[in-house]
Design a protein around this ligand. Sequence first.
Ligand code: ZN
Ligand code: ZN
Length: 593
Amino acid sequence: MSKIQVMDEVLANKIAAGEVVEKCMNVVKELVENAIDAEADEIKIELVDSGVKEIKVTDNGIGMDQEDAVLAFSRHATSKLKQEYDLFHIHSLGFRGEALPSIASVSNVTLKTSNGTTGTEVEIHGGKILSVNSSDLGKGTSILVKNLFYNTPVRLKYLKNLYTELSYISEYVNKMALSYPQIRFTFTNNEKVLLKTDGSGRLLKVINDIYGLSVTKKMIEINQENEDYHISGYISYPELQKSNRNAITLLVNGRVIRNLDIIRYIADSYHTYIPQDRYPIVVMKIEVDPILVDVNVHPTKMDIKFSKMDSLKDLIMQTITAKLESLTLIPDASLETKVEDHKTIISTVYTPNSQVEFNADEKEKEFQEFEKMTLDFEVHEKETPYEKKEEIVSSSPKKERIKKMYPVGLVHGTYIIAENEDGMYLIDQHAANERVNYEYYLRELSNPTPAVMDLLVPITLEFPNNEYLILKENFSLLEKLGIGYEEFGYLTLVIRSIPVWLTKANTEQAIKNIIDIIISKEDFQLDRFLDHIAATVACKASIKANDHIMQEDMEVLLERLRACENPFTCPHGRPTIITYSKYDLEKLFKRSM
Ligand code: ZN
Ligand code: ZN
């Protein structure tokens, strides 16, 4: 190749680098995915200053001979290689194979590789090969990327602070570890271990390595299929919640993907079990015939479309709903479940005197104990194998999810104390009443022919122009709900009759709420609308905090709560009930050790 051609190529690589390498994470990603393609079962990721100074990825994969090692940094050679990848092999970086030359063009790279017979060391600065030597490394590859963007200061400026860069990388490495439990990952920054997995192939073990035991204990296994899809993995108890979707990991045929629809189905399956702006922790593997999958490759992420989405949606929602319905979900008040995440761990790296330390050995020991307990438990379970069998039941059976409780008294006019043979309970009277009312209103609202009642005194409502127009467009909704109305002149509505269920609430206020919801909803969906009405009206119609209710009222409320389909949370996802088990109390008072 002439000198000019070489220069052109360096320039082209630098330009391409601008597209595919924005963050240190992109470099880590490319190197790790190369290692996986090289069939490594051990991958070590070592960073200095979040990768800004140094990124080193070492694997024990098949390695390269000298010719390939040099070609790996040439765009022309690699773009030919690229065509050999089938669609599902194309990684999130998209410009697969071109990323390595791009990375090399904006950093100083040292590649050491050996295929077992020849060892090679290549030194590249700013895309130019400085030296090619023999090396003695054992089988595998190690790529060291130093001083990223040293020759493109503008890009360097766009790197976020060290903490943010590290959190991107950490999130990515976590997802890879979850995707490949059979690969042993070690991930360090400035010599501090951030993640270490054992390559044993057990997904729950990796979850433990990432989130810690308190989370692992609250994960539920799922495994279900229909004619199109097979889903498996773990979902969290509703009490484990995160404020963002990062803890939802989706794998399709073994690849990490992003799909906002699936995340929404998962979140919707937890509807009223957790607050609306919160998300569960989920690792879900989806197995599907690639023919049903359409991969849309972005430079920085992998988005995917499914041609039988409804089938997948049903499978996901039915599986999660059935799972949640089968559990007793009363949070144990004596145990604080802290969700350890990569942010907590990362903060240890840049916070001096941090109290939190990643301790791989301790995690290992805790997990082993936990596993032993679970195994013991499963042996007992096996005696009744019939009940263990999973079944998708969409109409929930009327079974008791909480044992009968006896009220003892009221604290702060807000929390009912109750007891039974298992322990002591605290019930939030508003939340509990809200749940009872919510399920009642939801049933009534879904009645296609609601019983209607004329109002003795019609309610007259006036609206500003813009609101009235939206309302007018939605008059059919009022009819569907059984609200009888009459237009009275311009901008005034007279409500003459209402559905009977509504008389239980403060009627005028409830009607106003309903109309407010109609007016303010942009993206209208009937079932969501009804749900919202049920929750809003239920809240308004329920006992408030600081209402001192009588013993009989407590008894009635607790019985009604027990009869609910989901007695554990209010429609907004807040807990209705927490418990101190008999055992907890004995332990807390040191009666038993
Ligand atoms: Zn409320
Ligand atoms: Zn609520």
